[in-house]
Ligand binder design. Structure first.
Ligand code: OOG
Ligand code: MG
Length: 267
């Protein structure tokens, strides 16, 4: 492991022999906007650790000069698990190239079938160690939007497929950071498209309390040798199902008391 990789929190774990080849397929789909078949349905379905493929996918981004900016949790609400037919929390990596400034336009060029979903974002104040408590590590909270874009045909996948595909990560926007309130449960979450509510839910839909998403991230990413780093963002996972993001649409997430964040989709 080089020092630079260590600073990225991106360990050089040995990967299965097939991981680089599968990562290349996923990376090409993400850069060209052309969907691919699910890895789990390829001839002689390759047996590899899905997180190892994800690591190789993200390594290709790092090799192009991108930088890790945080982690995202996925499938932490029943609304999302039901929509996707997959039923366990997963995590993925965020990079600086995925970041969209609040209120800014996002070009949909190169996307396959983008969707948008409302998220709670946490800011990591110091490097996290296994067993660290939420309050010791998280120093701010914000409303957020995530743009997901599965690289698989029909936006359909098994759990290993979506893990390998970096949990459909494509873009994210963060609203105003603020101190973490004493209670983060029962806050109304609304996803608006062009000013009309497209999805509504509450923050309690996220593992009962979005703070639990932090504990899961520490635990699950820790299994892959990854620690949350000071300055990183952690997306807690969508509280509601995702909605297609169409060219020309304005998407806005509003979380009761936390505020709002928006992005505008351009063709
Ligand atoms: C997988 C990513 C799930 C979330 O917030 O639940 C996710 C997908 O739905 O494509 O980001
Ligand atoms: Mg998400």
């Amino acid at each position: 492991m080089t020092d630079q990789q260590a600073d990225n929190g991106h360990p050089a774990t040995p990967v299965g022999a097939d991981a680089p080849r599968l990562a290349a397929l996923l990376d090409e789909a993400a850069t060209t906007g052309v969907a691919i078949d699910r890895l789990s349905e390829l001839d002689g379905a390759p047996v590899v650790d899905a997180y190892a493929v994800q690591q190789a996918v993200v390594q290709r981004r790092l090799d192009r000069g991108e930088r890790i900016t945080g982690l995202k949790m996925g499938l932490t609400s029943t609304a999302k698990m039901t929509q996707m037919g997959v039923n366990a929390p997963i995590w993925g990596r965020l990079t600086d190239a995925m970041s969209i400034a609040n209120g800014n336009a996002l070009s949909l060029a190169g996307h396959i079938h983008p969707r948008v979903e409302p998220e709670v974002a946490f800011r990591i104040g110091r490097d996290a160690n296994p067993g660290d408590a939420f309050a010791d590590v998280v120093d701010a909270v914000a409303p957020a939007l995530e743009v997901i874009d599965s690289r698989y045909t029909g936006f359909r996948f098994t759990l290993p497929d979506v893990i390998a595909d970096n949990t459909s990560a494509s873009g994210y926007a963060i609203g105003p950071w603020q101190p973490v309130p004493a209670d983060l449960t029962d806050l109304t979450v609304t996803l608006e498209i062009d000013g009309a509510a497209a999805q509504t839910g509450t923050t309690s839909a996220i593992l009962g309390d979005p703070r639990r998403s932090f504990d899961e991230a520490v635990r699950l990413a820790g299994d892959s040798g990854l620690r949350l780093r000071a300055g990183w963002v952690l997306l807690a996972g969508a509280a509601t199902a995702a909605t297609p993001l169409r060219p020309g649409a304005q998407a806005r997430a509003v979380i009761d008391t936390l505020g709002a964040v928006s992005v505008e989709a351009r063709p």
